[in-house]
Structure formats: structure tokens, C-alpha cells
Ligand binder design. Structure first.
Ligand SMILES: [Zn+2]
Length: 231
């Protein structure tokens, strides 16, 4: 049975709807098999537990797909990767190879150890959610990154109480000189790799963003699968 209501109850943070994410954990507790290539299906989310020192390799298989990504301290989910703290620590609004990405307690949680893509990522934009798709004119349910995070974490037995701002890997939403934000297709290429090393034991959740109205996932407006490995 679906565990949504039971697992999430009490946090006020239940998913607004469901997809296969909630029954598709990589393993019951989210512990990865090193070197195994996992599929992150288009429009879905997955969560993975990393020991300190392990490296998560995200692969943009199609080259057109954005990945929303979160990280939580394995021992205390009130500490998590934080975009506003990260921007302060880095002194800029995007991330590069070598950057140490910090939590809301200003401690490194992940380090970008490799990025073969052109390096265009976003730290500004909230995860898509049902409300966003309603505003874009969608009637009824639409898969969304916020629910994918909630479901992916329920699927491994640790529901989240909050939805922090995500690191939007490969999302091309630059800030223009006049302060405006452009919504552009990703400039990633097929097979591009983005690798993060865990600086503390943590849980990382990823969502293959289901956005198919605004062209961030390519001009074709067709969300695609991603792949990932832990090495
Ligand atoms: Zn999204």
C-alpha cells in the first residue's frame, strides 16, 4: 500500500499527489550498491544515503534534463544543504568544480569534485510544485519536484519535514543585467557528468524535473531519464 499519509502524517508535509517514486526506492533504506548504475526515470525522484567520502555521480544521459537535488545530514534532518547559505559562502550564485557546498549551519556537506558540463546550474529557483503547475494552467495533478522529494524520502523511511530550496543541477535560468531571470533550455550535453563527494554522512534526494511547460528541459518540452552511481 502507499505509505503517504501514514509516513508523512504529523509533519504537515505530505505529497500533494503520487507517482511511482513512492514505491521505487533503490533499496529499502536507500543504501546504494557501489558502482551500480541506477535509473532516475523522467518525472520521478530517488533518494540515496551516502557515507562520508562517497561520491555520487549524476549522469545527464539525454543531455536535456535538469536535476533538482537536496542533501540532509544523516543524523539530523534539520541540517541540510542550503542555497542561501551556499551563495554567501561562495560569493556567487552558481556552483563550480571544487566548490564546497554548505548547510544551513554553514558546514560543508557536499563538494563538487567533477563537472564535465558547461557549468551552468541554478541556486535561485524553488523546486516546482503543484501550485506552480496550477499557475501555469495545468488542471488536476502534475508530477513535480517537491512531491518527488517528499515521496523519495518516504520511500526510504525518512520523510522530510521541510522542502529546502534545491540545487538545480544543469538548470539554465541566468540573471540578466536588468535583474530579470531568463528561462532557457539546459546547455548540458548527452553523457555530461556532475559528481558530488559527501563531506558528512548524508541523504541526497534527486528529482528528474517534470517541467514540460517552460522549456528548461530542452526545446522539446520532454522530460528525460537521468542515471546515477555511487562510487
Ligand atoms: Zn521541477
Amino acid at each position: 500500500m502507499h505509505g503517504t499519509a501514514q509516513s508523512g502524517r504529523g509533519y504537515g508535509n505530505e505529497p500533494d499527489g503520487l507517482n511511482d517514486t513512492i514505491t521505487s526506492a533503490i533499496a529499502p533504506a536507500g543504501i546504494p550498491q557501489p558502482g551500480h548504475r541506477y535509473r532516475l526515470p523522467a518525472r520521478q525522484g530517488r533518494a540515496v544515503r551516502l557515507a562520508a567520502g562517497q561520491v555520487l555521480r549524476l549522469i545527464n544521459t539525454a543531455g536535456t534534463q535538469v536535476c533538482d537535488l537536496w542533501a540532509f545530514n544523516a543524523d539530523d534532518d534539520t541540517e541540510h544543504l542550503s542555497m542561501e547559505h551556499l551563495r554567501t559562502a561562495l560569493g556567487r550564485i552558481t556552483v563550480r568544480e571544487g566548490d564546497r557546498l554548505v548547510t544551513n549551519r554553514r558546514r560543508p556537506i557536499l563538494t563538487v569534485v567533477r563537472d564535465t558540463s558547461p557549468g551552468v546550474h541554478d541556486t535561485l529557483i524553488a523546486a516546482c510544485d503543484l501550485h506552480r503547475y496550477r499557475q501555469l494552467g495545468v488542471a488536476g495533478y502534475h508530477d513535480n519536484c517537491t512531491d518527488n522529494l517528499r515521496m523519495a524520502m518516504i520511500a526510504i523511511g525518512t520523510p522530510v519535514r521541510t522542502v529546502p530550496a534545491p540545487l538545480n543541477v544543469w538548470m539554465n535560468t541566468p540573471v540578466r543585467a536588468d535583474g530579470g531571470i531568463a528561462w532557457l533550455p539546459t546547455v548540458a550535453r548527452p553523457g555530461d557528468v556532475f559528481e558530488l563527494r559527501a563531506d558528512m554522512a548524508c541523504t541526497v534526494a534527486m528529482s528528474a524535473c517534470p517541467q514540460d511547460i517552460v522549456p528548461i528541459n530542452g526545446e522539446g518540452l520532454t522530460p528525460a531519464d537521468l542515471n546515477f552511481e555511487v562510487v
